[in-house]
Design a protein around this ligand. Sequence first.
Ligand code: KIV
Length: 280
Amino acid sequence: MSVPSQQSSSSEAVGHQKALTVRDIQDYKTRGERFLMLTAYDYPTAQILDQAGLPLLLVGDSLGNNVLGYPSTVPVTLDDMVHHAAAVCRGARRALVVGDLPFMSYQVSPEDGMRAAGRLLKEAGVTAVKLEGGVRCAGLVARLVDAGIPVMGHIGLTPQSVNLLGYRVQGRQAESVDRLLDDAVALAGAGAFSIVVEAVPAEVGKRITEAVDVPTIGIGAGPHTDGQVLVINDVLGLNAGPHPRFAKAYADLRSVITDAAKSLSAEITSGDYPGPEHTY
Ligand code: KIV
């Protein structure tokens, strides 16, 4: 099944608000204005974050660890991504929605990657896709962009490679910094409209940001990247932990949900719920 793309033209008005385009995201860097991207995996969260004015929502394959109960992003399938990305797109009116290409949907051949990205745009309605890797992905990025598919790169710690590299801070040695700079330049040169930089020292995040003219979006990459991205579960305090060093909770929904469930349970035991006002 095909659905209309979330943002079909730069001038399209959705409700009272214009849907953002990749050009709008690039303009943040031009203006020197920092911005936030959060992950979203479902309709209500997307709607709330969209109405809160976030310019970018990422349907990350962190869906695996945060929603589906997997130990990593590796088991996440393209069908999982399409299903959740479609729900997010239904909730987002203005924010630009990016969908992750999951592990093994683009590593075997560029043709696989093209088809997988096509499904995320045509069936889920995302505006852009994200993939992990730098120089080795530049050919695929160029082909996707050539086909009209905006691409967000992702370098540094790349969770899909956890079985090879672990969850380790990248860019601590000079050669690895050089490789990261090459990766960023290759992605930008291939036409990526932005680049996620994960788990690198702040100075490396700064150097990568200065090396490319597309926005960098850091997660555990220090304060100098053009934007920041965080996982919504971490921001809302939903996950039990352990939490990565860069995670910061702005709410404690785990306690809120626990307290609500316990209060309701207690009222059912006492007979206070349902009351006359809840009864037909
Ligand atoms: O999958 C994801 O949520 C991500 C972000 C952590 C950048 O890739």
